[in-house]
Design a protein around this ligand. Structure first.
Ligand code: ASP
Length: 351
């Protein structure tokens, strides 16, 4: 059957999750109780996104419009150098962005990876989901797809991120031909962002009980060109099951790629764990699986951080990291928008 016919037939039959058999889970464990939206949950750098998305949802806005509208504000802001326009570049000084969206009611998803020259990858990810038969487009193909949809191509490197990158390049080795300039504000920023993992994740439960999630990032700063992190990978950097909940992550993407962390968080919530417990359980799993010597401190603990954010269908939220996160996560609901504390396994990393 052709895709259009299939879509038409399933729509005519009204086939939704209610009519499909549960896949190996008893109905009771799939239903986490009455939904209490709208609820928005956003990573620590996303207060403005939380406020935007909550307002949209409270005014009856559509859930993807609300959360993508929220993260677009951060993608457009050159002051956040971990996302979108003005994000830190790869080792060649080129900004390559990753993003994905997942929509609970249709269990559909879209993503773009290592896309260059397009400042709003989250919007492009949505178009991949809604206007193509694919889930993930990468690199040049992703850019061409975005341009076909009218996105302008632009240089995403700002003067600030170019200077941080140049400082990184010049101080990389004393065996090459690049000489470091004087110690200045960019040296300071480089110290702060050398091992930067920065990203924005936003999930929401709307008033109808439908869930959606988006994660968008410039990825690991100074990465090898072509490196794809967890953010555009469904199950790794975000995941939604409309009957259970949604989860997303920031931090070392490689750990989420090898553990499929966000899928696991949603599965733990399905089994009855609270969002916070589910996030912590996945942190424990990552620590257990972390065997490579270059990723371990002397005490055996990971030498990297990963943070998780989750919301269930009942509107409960939680967040947790392997190490005590430097900031909380944002929640928006009937009580307004506020920052809540994250759980964690360990107080602080070995220096
Ligand atoms: N998870 C992102 C990545 O690995 C980066 C981050 O969240 O800081 O690309």
């Amino acid at each position: 059957m052709k895709r259009r016919e299939f879509l038409k037939k399933t729509a005519a039959l009204g086939i939704g999750s209610a009519l499909l058999p549960a896949t190996g889970f008893p109905e009771s464990s799939r239903d986490q109780g009455a939904a209490k939206g709208p609820v928005v949950i956003v990573s620590g750098n996303g207060e403005v996104a939380a406020r935007h998305a909550l307002k949209q949802l409270q005014q009856g806005g559509e859930v993807l419009d609300a959360i993508i509208g929220g993260v677009t504000l951060v993608e457009d802001n050159p002051e956040d150098i971990t996302v979108g326009y003005g994000g830190l570049p790869n080792e060649d000084g080129v900004v390559q962005l990753d993003a994905a969206v997942m929509h609970g009611p249709t269990h559909n998803a879209g993503g773009v990876a290592a896309i260059e020259g397009i400042r709003n990858p989250a919007k492009v990810a949505r178009l991949v989901m809604e206007r193509s038969d694919h889930v993930l487009l990468v690199g040049e193909g992703a850019k061409r797809f975005a341009k076909a949809h009218g996105f302008p191509e632009e240089n995403l490197l700002t003067d600030k991120t170019r200077k941080i990158w140049l400082k990184w390049k010049e101080t990389l080795s004393d065996q090459d031909k690049w000489f470091p300039g004087p110690d200045d504000e960019y040296s300071e920023l480089l110290r702060e962002y050398r091992h930067n993992y920065g990203t924005i994740h936003c999930s929401a439960l709307d008033a109808n009980g439908d869930l959606a999630a988006v994660t968008t990032t410039s990825g690991l700063s100074f990465k090898i060109p072509g490196r794809v992190g967890d953010s555009p990978i469904i199950g790794a950097g975000l995941y939604v099951d409309n009957a259970v909940g949604a989860a997303g992550s920031t931090g070392r993407g490689e750990a989420n790629l090898t553990n499929l962390s966000c899928f696991m968080i949603v599965e733990f919530m399905r089994m009855g764990k609270s969002p916070q417990e589910a996030c912590l359980e996945v942190c424990r799993r990552i620590v257990d699986h972390n065997r490579l010597p270059h990723l371990r401190h002397k005490d055996g603990r990971p030498n990297f951080g990963v943070n998780f954010y989750a919301v269930n269908r009942a509107g409960e939220t939680g967040g947790a990291g392997i190490y005590r996160p430097s900031r909380g996560y944002w929640v928006g609901d009937a009580k307004g928008v506020r920052e809540l504390e994250m759980g964690y396994l360990f107080e602080r990393r070995e220096e």
